[in-house]
Each structure stands twice: as C-alpha cells, then as structure tokens.
Design a protein around this ligand. Sequence first.
Ligand SMILES: Cc1cc2nc3c(=O)[nH]c(=O)nc-3n(C[C@H](O)[C@H](O)[C@H](O)COP(=O)(O)OP(=O)(O)OC[C@H]3O[C@@H](n4cnc5c(N)ncnc54)[C@H](O)[C@@H]3O)c2cc1C
Length: 286
Amino acid sequence: MNIIKNEPMKNHTTFKIGGPCDEFCEAESIEDILSALKYAKTKNIPVFVMGNGSNLLVSDKGIRGLVLKISDKFSKCEFCGNTAKAQSGILLSTLSKMAQKKSLSGLEFAGGIPGSLGGAIYMNAGAYGGEMKDVIKSVTYLENGEIKKIEKDFGFGYRKSIFTDTDAIILEAEIELKDGDSHEIQAKMEDFKNRRIEKQPLSMPSAGSTFKRPEGYFAGKLIEDAGLKGCFIGGAKVSEKHSGFIVNTGNATAQDVLSLIRHIQKTVEEKFGVELKTEVKIVGDF
Ligand SMILES: Cc1cc2nc3c(=O)[nH]c(=O)nc-3n(C[C@H](O)[C@H](O)[C@H](O)COP(=O)(O)OP(=O)(O)OC[C@H]3O[C@@H](n4cnc5c(N)ncnc54)[C@H](O)[C@@H]3O)c2cc1C
C-alpha cells in the first residue's frame, strides 16, 4: 500500500478545504483496507475512513493518524435480477446510471448526490423524496477485524444509520430495485439534475447542505429570512443561489466556514428560536 505523509485534505474534499493529515492511503480492495488497518494498529494511530469527501469540513490543522480513503476504484458492481451488489467506493452517479441502463428503478434520486455508496449508506443520503433506506437490502461491513453482514435493522433515520459515529467500515451493499422503463428513469434523472443546476451553486466548492432540515422548517429559508444570504466570513459565503449551502469562494479556511456556521446558528436561534444542526461532518481539531 502506498502511504503518503502530510497529504493535504483539501485535495480530497469537495469543499477544497482541509489541512494535511499525518498519513493517507487509498484502498482499492478489501486487502488494501485490511493492510491499512494493520498498519495503523502496528503504529497505534487512529484511522479516519472517508469516501468521496463530499460531506466533510476538515480542520485547517488536518487530521491526526491515518486517513483511509475508500477509492472509487473499489467499485465492482454486479446485477442479479432486480438486485445490484456493489462495493462501497462506487459513486452514486455511476451506480444510478448503471441501474438506469438495466431499466431498474429506485436510484433516480441518487444520480446527482456526489458521494460514494459507503458514504451514502453511512449518511442515509437522500433527495427528491428518495433515501438510501428505501433501496438497501443488505450491508457487508468490517468491524473489530470481522466481516459482518446485516439484512435488517440498518438504523436508518434522517441523515443517519447504524454506522453513524462507529468504527465500522462499509464494504459492500445489495440494493433492491424495481423493474422500470429506462427512458422514464432517464427522464426522471434529467429532471432532478436540472432542478439541481437551477437551485444549487454547483459551480462552487461546497459540501452540499450545511445544515439538517429542522422539523417543520427549511434551513435555507430560515437563513434567508434571517437576512444572511450572501453573508461571508473570509472566503466562506452563504450562497446567493441557495442559502442552505456555504460555498468556498476561493481561499476559504475551515475556520472561516466554522465561524460562519456558528454565526448562522446563533442568528437563526435568536430570530426564530430554531436550532440548526450541521449535516456536514466536522473533522479534526479546531
Ligand atoms: C453539491 C453537493 C450536493 C449534495 N446533495 C446531497 C443530497 O441531495 N442529499 C444528501 O443526502 N447529501 C447530499 N450531499 C452530501 C454528500 O454528497 C452525501 O452526504 C454523501 O452521501 C457523502 O458521501 P461521501 O462518499 O462523499 O462521504 P464522505 O463525505 O467521504 O464521508 C461522510 C461520512 O461517511 C463516512 N464514510 C464514508 N465512507 C464510509 C465507508 N465506506 N464506511 C464507513 N463510513 C464511511 C465518513 O467517515 C464520514 O463520517 C451533497 C454534497 C454536495 C457537495
């Protein structure tokens, strides 16, 4: 395995933010994952597992220990009837396109989510009325050196799963889809894509929605109504296009983003009495 020292995490996050981690490696197979874990155990250093880095705000000081990135080459996928069995590094965009080509419906919602399958299961990612919880049939994962498989009790909730805040590494999943018409599936995916292009600041680095949707409200609307649209600290800015997104205007530090997050939380709480919780995972020491 190729272990890189002091790798800048900004090269691996969609925010394009993050200082150096002590050690970094990219796993393309289960063997790679196992040898990375063995390496970390021998050196007695912590391991942080990541997928495509599309939901992460990494500290300017980086991450201590080993960052184990599940590569998008860890992406073997086979279809058996209506079930797709895929490795966790596959990108949702790739997987949903494969399903569409097989005339299998159920993953249309996921086509524009820029994460890996593993990250999407961990987060129970969702959009346009669909969530991972609707399609996951089984998950195979590594925990305490053992490979385990579950077929129920995934603990899926709003942006969480049984894997959230554990050390488990998601390896593979079975996804249950339904027979559909490939043209209709494609049209639905195009429609979702166009809605994203219209509403979201996709040309700027971000980690998607900064906050979870508070019950009964929309985070973006609360932020806009609080007068915070376009508000910025350093290089971090509340998107003019979608107030639910914080974007990196070019040279934002993680501290800029975190200060803006805290400012938004305080202002929204004071004006509307609503607590905004981050959807973005904040990693490393601040
Ligand atoms: C422009 C944009 C639009 C977005 N739109 C949406 C949306 O519509 N809906 C939505 O839900 N999200 C959205 N997101 C957020 C993000 O894409 C999702 O949360 C996605 O599921 C994260 O996957 P990832 O592979 O990038 O995970 P990462 O960001 O790398 O990691 C996220 C978490 O998952 C854990 N993790 C990742 N892989 C594994 C694994 N194999 N095993 C164990 N733990 C793992 C990490 O430790 C971390 O805690 C958007 C992001 C962007 C930038």
